[in-house]
Design a protein around this ligand. Sequence first.
Ligand SMILES: [Cu+2]
Length: 115
Amino acid sequence: MRLALVLLALVAVIAMAGCNQEQKSPAGPQLVRLAVTDRGFEPPRAEVPRGQAFTLVVTRKTDQTCAKEILIPALNERRTLPLNQAVRINVPNGVADTLNYICGMHMLGGTVAAK
Ligand SMILES: [Cu+2]
């Protein structure tokens, strides 16, 4: 019985390792993590490999800026940024060489460049 449990645990670990490898493969989704701090969006300039879709993962970590929304004009996207909650925005391949985003009041922003 104990052996069966150990085997089950091993199978689970191997299955999870397999999932991780999938995420690291070149075809997997590229994540671009952004934080909103009291200095604005960080990093303000990010780069992604050219020719790949990616997912913006934006987490607002402060109440001290006006950036409680993010706008991505090229995607016609406007999303609210709840405090300390990661917001995922999928960006298809080929939308823009340099993707611009700004806060809801057009004061803070940044770019993601395809290189
Ligand atoms: Cu703003």
